[in-house]
Design a binder for this molecule. Structure first.
Ligand code: NAP
Length: 249
């Protein structure tokens, strides 16, 4: 049996990198994408290959259709049909109130987080669905606890983009459930990654962690474990589900 194929978008850093590295150790061939930090992506590929795994990295902006089509075509040609999509690439911008935000920002956030997830999900369904000659598969979306908290005074646009990811998870799960594809989402809380630097507050997790019932931030690896369970056959009767990885927040 050949090794199953997993695509992790935004696999160069943070939660995506942890998912790629642990996933490869569990037997997946891992294709990962990055937006601009090629050295970080190369380092993840090196970690995987040095441990005896198989990985490749590709540059792609998930909000650009041509980039996404190229990624899926490369996987088709080099490895074959995709088994798992981890829709992980995501971003946020500087903390501010909604009344300070401009349209260009909303377009960037919604394009990367919503259109990017939709584009990758479409291409995955075209390959996995038994309706299209596929053998099934699993799609795991990275949402956020922000989808239910709303992120006031920080990034309501980001929170709303994750609300859209949750809704896509519910709808797509039902749409393709009889075609061999499971669709679920993980909603992390405060996780130690570089994403908080983009928000303008690198120490955000330390500042906010006392509001977490477990009184600590989470690690990328703790989120990756939930992602990999949803990706695997161990969750074979689970679809249309959101798993919060938030320390109880
Ligand atoms: P991160 O450390 O900032 O890493 C983001 C990754 O996504 C990087 O690989 C980055 O590529 C890539 N990326 C960003 N925008 C992209 C785009 N337009 N096209 C392609 N790739 C793009 O983020 P993270 O904290 O691991 O977050 C991963 C996911 O979890 C995101 O969807 C995020 O919203 C979600 N999440 C995170 C937290 C948290 O506390 N960390 C909480 C809830 C949800 P480069 O390396 O090239 O920049």
């Amino acid at each position: 049996m050949s090794q199953p194929i997993m695509l992790v978008t935004g696999g160069s850093r943070g939660i995506g990198a942890a998912t790629a590295i642990i996933g490869a150790a569990r037997g997946y061939r891992v294709a990962l994408t990055y937006q601009s930090q090629s050295a970080a992506a190369d380092a993840v590929v090196q970690t995987i290959t040095e441990a005896g795994g198989t990985a490749m990295a590709m540059q792609a902006d998930v909000g650009v259709e041509a980039d996404v089509l190229k990624v899926f075509k490369t996987i088709d040609e080099q490895w074959g049909k995709l088994d798992v999509l981890v829709n992980n690439a995501g971003m946020l911008e500087k903390q501010m109130r909604l009344d300070q935000m401009d349209v260009a920002r909303w377009q960037r956030v919604l394009n990367a987080n919503v259109i990017g997830s939709f584009l990758c999900a479409r291409e995955a369904v075209l390959r996995m669905s038994t309706r299209h000659g596929g053998k099934g598969g699993s799609i795991v979306n990275l949402s956020s606890a922000a989808a239910r908290l709303g992120s006031p005074n920080e990034f309501i646009d980001y929170a709303a983009s994750k609300g859209a990811v949750d809704t896509m998870t519910f709808g797509l799960a039902k749409e393709v459930a009889a075609e061999g594809i499971r669709v679920n989402a993980v909603r992390p809380g405060l996780i130690y990654t570089d994403i908080h630097t983009s928000a303008g507050e690198p120490g955000r997790v330390e500042r906010a962690k006392d509001a977490v019932p477990m009184k600590r931030g989470g690690t990328a690896e703790e989120v990756a474990e939930a992602v990999l369970w949803l990706a695997s056959e161990q969750s074979s009767y689970v679809t249309g589900t959101l798993i919060d990885v938030t320390g109880g927040r």
